[in-house]
Unconditional design. Structure first.
Length: 58
């Protein structure tokens, strides 16, 4: 496994936790927050996957 892959895998959960913290302080609609977080998580995962594939291709 390349270092860049490990970095992505480490960053994603951290970003998700930060997002949850920011949402928690800024709004108080748990359902919408959860949906937003899931959508953001999926986008982040897709982005990381694209970057990983691009890195593999060189």
């Amino acid at each position: 496994m390349e270092l860049s892959n490990l970095i992505y895998l480490a960053i994603i959960p951290v970003v998700i936790l930060i997002v949850f913290a920011v949402i928690g302080t800024s709004r108080s609609n748990p359902t919408q927050d959860a949906q937003d977080a899931v959508a953001r998580e999926r986008r982040a995962a897709r982005k990381a996957e694209r970057e990983r594939k691009r890195a593999e291709r060189g």
